[in-house]
Design a binder for this molecule. Sequence first.
Ligand SMILES: [Zn+2]
Length: 247
Amino acid sequence: METDKIKNIIEKSKKITILTGAGMSTESGIADYRSPAGIWEQYKAVTIQELGSDIQKRKYYWRYKAETIPGMIKAEPNAGHKAIGELDKQGKLHYLLTQNIDGLHEKGGVSKERIVNLHGTNLEAICWSCKKVYDIEKTLAKLEECDYDPRCEVEGCDGFLKPNTVSFGQNLNPDHLGIAGKAVAECDLFLALGSSLAVHPAASFVETAYSSQKPVIIINRDPTPYDGLALYKLTNSLAEILPEIMA
Ligand SMILES: [Zn+2]
């Protein structure tokens, strides 16, 4: 069976780098933001340029966040997140690169220094001017009071706050990209889990891993453009398969 072979490869590996995407969290009840359900189906992405220059866009953005973030705060890690947490406890996880902004890998037991939140996190807010980080729950709690335009409390700053995620039009953190490059170069196994591998540069990690002769395993419900590079490609539920192959 393929799963036995994969389990065997994981057993023998010592430095595993994992990339995770939205499919990792759907089983924790978090909708893929590319296909959000319900009233926000019509949500229009707001770019960082618009956030900086248009107060109405900013208010719209915070109203959207006020609808979606509380669910993320309450979400629980699933068995897949916990299996990766166990892998870290065994000392086999080199780095966990994630496109998710829900904080579920931290809750699933992966140590903070192993996690690279490529797209930032929704569990913090940040001042766009001085970069001071704020607790997201406190920021959400005062949204009505400030008419959905929360500002920095540092004296003389008054910069606008945004969730500490990478917005449209915003570059990824260069430090994160540096660590991600190292994570791929130094690993002895690369796993891509729950990612459609459609967004660069995350998708290119698979190419880099493959071209530097690392075994690549992809587990994703749907086909990805990189399936042909994978030693194994599975479509299983991550909450079911990860505890089995990482145990
Ligand atoms: Zn500030």
